[in-house]
Design a binder for this molecule. Structure first.
Ligand code: ATP
Ligand code: MG
Length: 170
């Protein structure tokens, strides 16, 4: 059985890693869809699809993740009723979708897919919004993401990028 997890992963954090571990307990293979793949270089979506792909792949290699997985960037189509077909056109076949997002759940349910809401893990801190906020305000954030993500963000000068995009034009 193949399961699908979709997120924006801006950035990939330990909550995502935990939930992937949980999903792995019940699937044979996992598909990780990188949503809003075309977005980057803005304060809510600082990282490119390729950078997010690096974060995810290096993190999973870093924990010796044992299941087979596919990481697929998925551009927005800005049309909710077409979105599920769009996702299916890009991914390997799957029978179960894991998401906490009400819209994602609704759209896949209407398309006849089994949908599960995975448990949230330390959501106050393991949250993309919170991590982007902390990077910007120079609070501690590195403990909230896998070591591999710290390295990718350093490599692409992520903090400088977020600071410049958010504070630059004032
Ligand atoms: P943002 O604040 O930017 O929306 P996020 O932390 O919610 O970032 P997403 O990429 O939106 O990250 O998350 C995709 C999916 O990952 C969510 O729908 C949820 O199912 C799962 N997820 C996110 N954070 C956690 C967490 N702390 N514990 C478990 N699952 C999580
Ligand atoms: Mg979210």
């Amino acid at each position: 059985m193949r399961g699908l997890l979709i997120g924006r992963f801006q950035p990939f954090h330990k909550g995502h890693l935990y939930v992937i571990g949980k999903i792995a307990e019940e699937v044979d293979e996992i598909i990780i869809g990188i949503g809003s793949a075309q977005k980057s270089h803005c304060s809510d979506n600082p990282f490119t699809a390729g950078e997010r792909l690096m974060m995810i792949q290096k993190s999973l290699i870093g924990v010796n993740f044992s299941k087979n997985y596919y990481i697929i960037p998925i551009n927005d189509v800005n049309n909710n009723s077409l979105w599920v077909s769009h996702v299916k056109s890009l991914t390997p076949p799957f029978s179960k979708v894991y998401s906490g997002n009400p819209l994602v759940k609704r759209l896949f349910k209407e398309a006849g897919k089994e949908v599960a809401t995975p448990p949230l893990f330390n959501r106050k801190e393991f949250s993309g919004t919170e991590i982007r906020r902390r990077i910007l305000s120079r609070e501690s954030w590195k403990e909230l993401v896998p070591e591999a993500v710290v390295k990718v963000i350093r490599e692409v000068k992520g903090r400088e990028r977020i600071e410049e995009l958010t504070l630059g034009d004032r």
